[in-house]
Design a protein around this ligand. Sequence first.
Ligand code: ZN
Length: 161
Amino acid sequence: MTATKVTDGQVVSMEYTLRVDGKVVDSSEGGDPLEYLYGAANIIPGLEREMDGMSVGESKTVIVSAADGYGESDEEAFIEVPRGEFPADIPLKPGLEMELTGPEGQPMYARVESMEGENVVLNMNHPLAGKELHFDVKVVGLRDATEEEMDHGHAHGGHGH
Ligand code: ZN
């Protein structure tokens, strides 16, 4: 039996628009709704909490504090790297964004904060760290998660794994 309200074990389809400082930074508009497994920490906690009990067709505006979103900006996430460790063809300058590979092969976001002599200061904070998030969300579908999805802890949609 498929629940009619958002609860654990449901795959939620939702349309969403995320605004930060009044600007749209992410939106499902013009694309497919986001499908995610509720209750498995697949989305930020401050949003997931507010979606509990929503019905199909219901919309809501959710304001999520930085702490409940991508976290506060962390001073320890600023690191200095010698220029020589970057490929020569990268135009290093403040504001440049790049994706690095972490110790376990995971993608890590970084932004050049400043240049200090022969060193580059990288800001490894998530780009939305320290920001209040304004979500407009609408639940457009609900279905029971499959056993496999529950096992994996995420929804299997049309976008591969
Ligand atoms: Zn999976």
